[in-house]
Write a protein that binds this ligand. Structure first.
Ligand SMILES: NC(=O)c1ccc[n+]([C@@H]2O[C@H](COP(=O)([O-])OP(=O)(O)OC[C@H]3O[C@@H](n4cnc5c(N)ncnc54)[C@H](O)[C@@H]3O)[C@@H](O)[C@H]2O)c1
Ligand SMILES: O=C(O)C[C@H](O)C(=O)O
Length: 306
């Protein structure tokens, strides 16, 4: 199993590290445009192999896509991150050109690959890959919901004063400060709805903290987060590589599901060896449907800027 990660920056390197530590891939290629940068990150990571006990070979390369040839999965993290006070949508001007270029180079050398889009604004960048390549929809996946759901579970556990492993929950909708749709009604602690334990006010706070999860970290770090994003990408990569048939919310091209068409937005999907093996339609109540519609309106506004 060969995996390419484009962008050896904070998220790309973290993602390569988690993939390697989980030891399911034979090779990870890290590619960056900055001379020597990916080579340096790959060497540094390889020097952790004997300490962390993995056999995955990590190779770094400066902008030579021939080294990525025949990758089973390609992850796109190349592009600029936001700074405190910015929205993800403001990154579109620079990142759209990068993502279009990178995806076309990747497909030239790996026509059968599955692409995972991470660069922001992620739902629009995923849509751009659909519009600018011939890849079938099940092989284009946007990563956002897996991260947002991890943050939702972190905030729920905090409110419940419970271990995170006791908590389950999912965030669908757009990966933006206002567009996320955390499914509070369906979140549980050991199968018991969290609404049994938390007041409406506390749940509203959990919801708000989840939605601004990325912005909160950007303010603290001066740039956007990388550990949880890297871990979320590696979980999607592992689900595909190991044919796990796991369910994650991912940005996916919708064709009627959730009443939406011609848009990439977060919805639950089953991930396996073929990429997106199924889009799961869950029954939403009227309020959730309205949130999903509002979220889609926001994503479409950003898509219109392409
Ligand atoms: N979808 C998500 O949940 C999520 C989570 C975190 C970050 N992100 C996004 O991921 C992107 C990367 O974030 P980061 O923190 O790793 O940034 P970073 O600046 O640390 O790394 C980006 C890397 O991309 C490289 N790059 C730029 N143009 C390139 C090109 N044409 N080809 C190859 N490499 C190129 C840069 O040299 C840099 O090393 C940002 O757009 C950020 O907003 C998304
Ligand atoms: O917040 C960001 O800009 C990066 C990423 O989308 C995140 O949610 O951490």
């Amino acid at each position: 199993m060969k995996i390419t990660v484009v962008g050896a920056g904070a998220v790309g390197a973290s993602c390569a590290e988690y993939i390697a530590i989980k030891n399911f891939a034979s090779e990870v290629v890290l590619l960056d445009i900055k001379e020597g940068f990916a080579e340096g990150k790959a060497m540094d990571l390889m020097q952790t192999a004997s300490l962390n006990g993995f056999d995955t070979k990590i190779t770094g390369i400066t902008n030579d896509y021939s080294v990525t040839a025949k990758s089973d999965i390609c992850v796109i993290t190349s592009g600029i991150p936001r700074k405190p006070g910015m929205t993800r949508e403001e990154l579109i001007g620079i990142n759209a050109g990068i993502v279009k270029d990178v995806s076309s180079n990747l497909i030239k050398h790996s026509p059968n690959t599955i692409i995972i889009v991470v660069s922001n604004p992620m739902d629009t960048m995923t849509y751009l890959v659909h519009k600018s390549t011939d890849l079938p929809k099940h092989r284009i996946i946007g990563m956002g919901g897996a991260l947002d759901s991890a943050r939702f579970k972190y905030r729920l556990a905090e409110a419940l004063e419970a271990p995170i492993s006791d908590v389950d929950g999912m965030v669908i909708g757009g990966h933006s400060d206002t567009g996320m749709v955390p499914l509070t009604r369906m979140a549980t602690r050991n199968s018991v709805p969290v609404t049994e334990f938390l007041s409406e006010e506390r749940l509203a706070q959990v919801l708000e903290d989840t939605k601004v999860g990325g912005a909160t970290l950007t303010k603290l770090l001066g740039t956007s987060a990388w550990y949880a994003p890297g871990a979320a990408v590696s979980a999607l990569v592992q689900a595909i590589a190991c044919d796990q048939k796991k369910m994650f919310p991912c940005s996916v091209l919708l064709e009627g599901e959730y009443g939406l068409n011609d848009i990439c937005i977060g919805a639950p999907v089953i991930l396996g060896r073929n990429g997106i093996e199924k889009i799961v339609e869950i029954e939403l109540n009227d309020a959730e449907k309205a949130h999903m519609q509002e979220s889609a309106d926001g994503v479409r506004k950003t898509n219109d800027l392409l």
